[in-house]
Each structure stands twice: as structure tokens, then as C-alpha cells.
Design a protein around this ligand. Structure first.
Ligand SMILES: O=C[C@H](O)[C@H](O)[C@H](O)COP(=O)(O)O
Length: 274
């Protein structure tokens, strides 16, 4: 996908500046001096609250999963309760988010009932300079991908610890959701794929038993020493394995990424698809 030249650079955070300078994607930035004092959780909250500005009364909204998205769900609940937002329908991306949103009084629907969403707000585990992201360390990747693909706009919210030069670069897990049937067979085939050469595949565990997703599947986490060389090729190769349901590479999906760091907040936008 072609990307537009940077329009404004106002934030001085060196890590963020280096990140944005490498790839030509439109950036709006605000320097908020007081953010220097904020904890990581408070930075997540700042990003989440900013994302909720994209939510207008009457919208159908995808509700993400994870510690960052949870701040957005709470905020939407608060704005509904105060009457600042009206007639919102939320589509949750996990059982956890369903429970949280229900508890906050947000009217909910499924994709069966609301197949077209106006906006989805969700966190990410890694964000690269092209706004491609890794998601699913919380195990919700399949429902997240379904809901976010159905949304006219996907707003991704992170603190700046999630920025990487290339996907897989954090050395933390890149999750793949697989069926339970012969899961070791699928795990071994994943690890042997040339497109993810060198990765180590591990079945995600919860105590002594395999972790089970909301969809009754297992997760295999892929660990990389160096970033994935070609994430599009990796995506295709992983999806081609019969036992694979989906993976945590969310490529060409994020429309807006809100990044909160101690030296400010940045809003990075992917130009609209033609
Ligand atoms: O399955 C989990 C989701 O993809 C989360 O959005 C992702 O793991 C980020 O979570 P957090 O905001 O807690 O870092």
C-alpha cells in the first residue's frame, strides 16, 4: 500500500521521532508536558480516551480486548451514562470484553446482528512503522480480527513501549490460533515454515493445561530472534496450514494509531484505501 508523506512533526520524543521519520505516514502530534509524569497505565488511558473521540452517537462500535482497550470500554460506558453519547451499540471482541461492557451498561450486539461497524478501538502488542501490528497476546485475536475487519475505521491504541522496527521484533509472542485436533502436528508444521524460519513455536499453557480461547481453540506462540522478514508472506504461509484458524499479524488493517508516550501523544493515520 502506498503511504503519504509526513505532514506535521510536533512531538520531540526521540524514540517516536525516529520511528515516524522512517516511514511516510501522516502524523498529527500533540506535546503534552504533563504526560512525563504518567505511568504506563495512565498512558494507555490517555490513548484510549483520545480514541473515544472517534465515537459519535448512533455508531456501532467494535470493543477491543486487553488492558488498553478496557480503558476505552469504560470511557464509552461513562459517556453513555452521562448522556454525552447516545444510541451506541458495542460489538465485543471477547467474552472478557462482553462482561466488562455489559457491566458498564453498553448495549451489545454480535457481528451476526451488526455486520457493519462504524469504528473499532483496540490495543496491540507491537506496532511497526507501517501501522501493521501484532495482536493476540491476550488470546482474543480471532474475534478481534473479525470485528476489526468489519469496521469502517480501526483505531489502534498503544503506549510507546509497543513500537517496533519490524513485527516479531519485541521477542515476545506472535500468536497463532489453531484447532485442538493434532495440535502438535500443526505446531511442528508452523515452526518448519520457511516464511518464519528460525522461530520457536510453543503451545500456550495455562497452568498444566493448554490455554483455550473463547472459540475453544489452542494458541501456538511464535518467538523470533529477529523481526519477520516478510510479514505478508508469513501471513499467507501460516493461513495455508489446515489446522490454523488465524494469526496475530494484522496487516493493512489499522487506519489510525494513537500512541501515548511520556513526551506526548501522536495520532498516526494511514491514508484512506482507494
Ligand atoms: O488478545 C489480546 C489483544 O490482541 C490485545 O489487544 C493486545 O494483546 C494488547 O493488549 P494490552 O492492551 O493489554 O497490551
Amino acid at each position: 500500500m502506498s503511504v503519504r508523506a509526513p505532514q506535521q512533526f510536533l512531538c520531540k520524543a526521540s524514540q517516536q521521532r525516529a520511528f515516524f521519520a522512517r516511514k511516510p505516514v501522516a502524523v498529527r502530534a500533540t506535546r503534552v508536558a504533563s504526560m512525563a509524569q504518567l505511568s504506563q497505565d495512565e498512558l494507555k488511558q490517555q490513548a484510549a480516551w483520545k480514541a473515544v473521540d472517534y465515537v459519535k452517537s448512533g455508531m456501532v462500535v467494535g470493543l477491543g480486548t486487553g488492558s488498553t482497550a478496557a480503558f476505552a470500554v469504560d470511557r464509552i460506558g461513562d459517556l453513555l451514562a452521562s448522556g454525552e453519547l447516545k444510541d451506541i451499540v458495542g460489538v465485543p471482541t471477547s467474552v472478557r470484553t462482553y462482561e466488562q461492557a455489559k457491566g458498564r451498561g453498553i448495549p451489545l450486539a454480535t457481528l451476526d446482528e451488526q455486520p457493519k461497524l462504524d469504528v473499532a478501538i483496540d490495543g496491540a502488542d507491537e506496532v511497526d512503522p507501517n501501522l501493521d501490528v501484532v495482536k493476540g497476546r491476550g488470546g482474543a485475536l480471532l474475534r478481534e480480527k473479525m470485528v476489526e475487519m468489519a469496521s469502517a475505521k480501526f483505531v489502534c491504541i498503544v503506549d510507546d513501549s509497543k513500537l517496533v522496527e519490524g513485527l516479531g521484533g519485541s521477542k515476545l509472542a506472535m500468536p497463532v490460533e489453531i484447532v485442538q485436533f493434532c495440535h502438535l502436528y500443526t505446531l511442528n508444521r508452523l515452526q518448519a515454515l520457511p516464511e518464519v524460519a528460525g522461530c520457536v513455536a510453543k503451545l500456550r499453557m495455562e497452568g498444566d493445561a493448554p490455554y483455550v480461547t473463547d472459540n475453544s481453540n489452542y494458541i501456538v506462540d511464535l518467538y523470533f530472534d529477529t523481526p519477520i522478514a516478510d510479514s505478508q508472506a508469513a501471513s499467507k504461509a501460516i493461513l495455508a496450514l489446515e489446522g490454523v484458524v488465524d494469526h496475530g499479524l494484522f496487516l493493512d488493517m489499522v487506519d489510525v494509531c494513537i500512541i501515548a508516550g511520556k513526551e506526548g501523544m501522536e495520532v498516526k493515520e494511514r491514508p484512506a484505501k482507494k
